[in-house]
Design a protein around this ligand. Structure first.
Ligand code: HEC
Length: 165
């Protein structure tokens, strides 16, 4: 290849590249603006009905909005099982001494008609706040609102017949 040929050739390649790049640029610009809308799936927005979610105490999985029954189970064993029993049968070691007895969270016939907001009230502010036994102690000082919602989700999972929203 002579020097002139090389220059001509590389010029041609340069022009071709320039055209190519220009052509590409133009082509790819058109579909690009349409993308952002499809980037984020609509899922998180659709899943955000719980306004009381507290990000500061959210479980690690990023499920800040959804109640997490597994996390609720852990707190239940610590704060509730002594009276309500590990599986919500109302047979915790402290239950014997109590009258009235701790509710059976496994009893779906009793528990399922109770609204989430009512359960939240009982758990956070205690039985006395709804005219129930003060032995049903408030845990609002120990558990965040999100943790209480997790506990409620766990309680719901114990119900037989099963709880359905
Ligand atoms: C010191 C014992 C004790 C502990 C601990 C305890 N409870 Fe209770 N709980 C009771 C008793 C007693 C009742 C029954 C109150 C009544 O029927 O008047 C009750 C009732 C309930 C009820 C039913 C309310 C109703 O309308 O019948 C729910 C729900 C409940 N407890 C949730 C919890 C949760 C969740 C925890 C843990 C965060 C917890 N309790 C911890 C003793 C306890």
């Amino acid at each position: 290849m002579s020097a002139i040929q090389r220059i001509t050739c590389s010029t041609a390649v340069g022009i071709a590249l320039a055209l190519f790049a220009f052509g590409c640029g133009e082509q790819s610009e058109t579909p690009a603006p349409a993308k952002p809308a499809a980037d984020k799936p609509a899922q998180p927005a659709a899943k955000a009905p719980a306004p009381a979610a507290k990000p500061d105490t959210a479980p690690a999985e990023g499920a800040a909005v959804e109640a997490d029954p597994a996390a609720g189970k852990a707190d239940y064993q610590i704060f509730c099982a002594s009276c309500h029993g590990p599986t919500g049968d109302g047979d915790g070691p402290v239950a014997q001494a109590l009258d009235p007895k701790p509710a059976k969270h496994s009893d779906g016939n009793y528990m399922n008609p109770l609204e989430d907001e009512y359960l939240f009230q009982v758990i956070k502010f205690g039985g006395a706040s709804v005219g129930k036994s003060p032995m049903m102690a408030p845990v609002g000082g120990s558990l965040s609102d999100q943790q209480i919602r997790n506990v409620i989700a766990f309680i719901r999972s114990l119900a037989d017949p099963p709880y359905r929203r």
